[in-house]
Design a protein around this ligand. Structure first.
Ligand SMILES: *Cc1c(COP(=O)(O)O)cnc(C)c1O
Length: 370
């Protein structure tokens, strides 16, 4: 029995939603364990940080905080348009691309519809389906990557939306442009394909899908990008989508009038203008990944080669227990048990020093647990 009949008041599918489990906050760990210094490598935050110009723009915008922001994010949409050589009406700005995923669910999914995606992937996709009383159809990854052939086979007359997480979180793998185009060729016209490209900026020297080209071809796709990862603005909460103007306009109808703060908009405009900082941020992640790979290889641990700022590593022992042991040693990572990967950890690329702290702690834990 639920208190005060909450079970009868609330939508059944909402009560059934499993709460999102975020990376464990540092303050909570400090309180619980009484450890003063923590290294948090659990939420793919970027320790390289935001562009100094973005920080300055946000500080300057604080003076305007008594005013509502420009709900239409005019300046940022035009800056993105010139950056990508598209028009402003291709862009929608969200409070992180997490909000745009929610808006897409509200715009597209009816109860009973199918939302198709690979698994393991980003847990928000399951949430989107539950929110709308739609059905999640999860297609197992192949060699840690999205299996687009199997996904195309899984499409039914009820499938309304497909999500390709590229690079995929938590595996770090990518699918190439040719595979995506071949997949799109097989999709019915009315089916929306979401390209979740939260880590796109990290991909280089690879035949990565060109979402601009796909959109100009008139494909039914929407590409999601964020300032949270490579741009280092996770706390500002701002991301965007790129799609044909008609689709963008439809999704924009469910947007809260003032969904993105003026501070976040100012930060994003300045961050976008500082591509030098972005390149340095990507190099920082490249170097940190190489550092982790080298350590994993020396320890005899298998990992999935990643195109992001995190690495999925198979530690060969119970990852949930190893997570607790690492916590005792002041390191927060992300076990992948709930994704059906009981011996894998996802670790965010930290600073060179943080990576060393993690590697040493992991060696210690493996020695103790093996
Ligand atoms: C981080 C992430 C997002 C969302 O990021 P926002 O901070 O909401 O912009 C979306 N998809 C994937 C796969 C992510 O890892």
């Amino acid at each position: 029995m639920n208190e005060c009949g909450v079970d009868r008041t609330c939508r059944e599918n909402v009560l059934a939603i499993q709460p999102y489990v975020p990376g464990k906050p540092i303050d909570e760990c400090k309180r619980e364990l009484g450890i003063e210094h923590f290294v948090k490598l659990a939420s793919n935050e970027n320790p390289f940080g935001a562009s100094p110009a973005a920080k300055a723009a946000m500080v300057a915008m604080v003076a305007e905080c008594h005013m509502y922001p420009d709900g239409g994010s005019y300046v940022l949409r035009h800056a993105l348009a010139s950056h990508m050589d598209l028009s402003a009406d291709h862009f929608l700005i969200g409070c992180g691309c997490a909000e745009i995923l929610n808006m897409l669910a509200e715009t597209v999914l009816e109860p009973g519809d199918e939302l198709l995606y690979g698994w393991p992937s980003f847990s928000t996709y399951e949430f989107m389906a539950n929110l709308m009383k739609a059905r999640s159809v999860q297609v197992p990854l192949m060699d840690f990557a999205f299996d687009l052939d199997a996904m195309a086979e899984a499409v039914t007359s009820k499938t309304k939306m497909v999500i390709i997480c590229n690079p995929n979180n938590p595996t770090g793998t990518v699918v190439d442009a040719t595979s995506v185009e071949r997949f799109l060729d097989r999709m019915p016209e009315e089916l929306l394909v979401v390209l979740d490209e939260a880590y796109a900026e990290y991909v280089h020297d690879f035949d990565y899908p060109d979402s601009r080209k796909l959109i100009l071809e008139g494909r039914n796709v929407i590409s999601l990008r964020t300032f949270s990862k490579a741009y280092g603005l996770a706390g500002a909460r701002i991301g965007y989508s790129v799609a044909r103007p008609a689709l963008t306009e439809a999704v924009n109808k469910v947007r809260q009038p003032f969904n993105v703060s003026s501070i976040a908009q100012a930060g994003a405009v300045a961050a976008l203008a500082d591509q030098e900082h972005l390149r340095a941020s990507v190099q920082f992640a490249d170097k940190g990944r190489a550092q982790l790979y080298e350590a994993f290889t020396a320890m005899g641990l298998a990992y999935a080669p990643s195109w992001t700022n995190f690495v999925l590593v198979d530690i060969g022992i119970d990852a949930a227990k190893a997570f607790d042991e690492l916590l005792q040693r002041g390191v927060i990572v992300r076990p992948q048990t709930s994704c059906g990967l009981p011996t894998h950890l996802r670790v965010t690329v930290g600073t060179p020093e943080e990576n060393v702290v993690f590697v040493e702690a992991l060696k210690d834990v493996l020695a103790a647990m093996r």
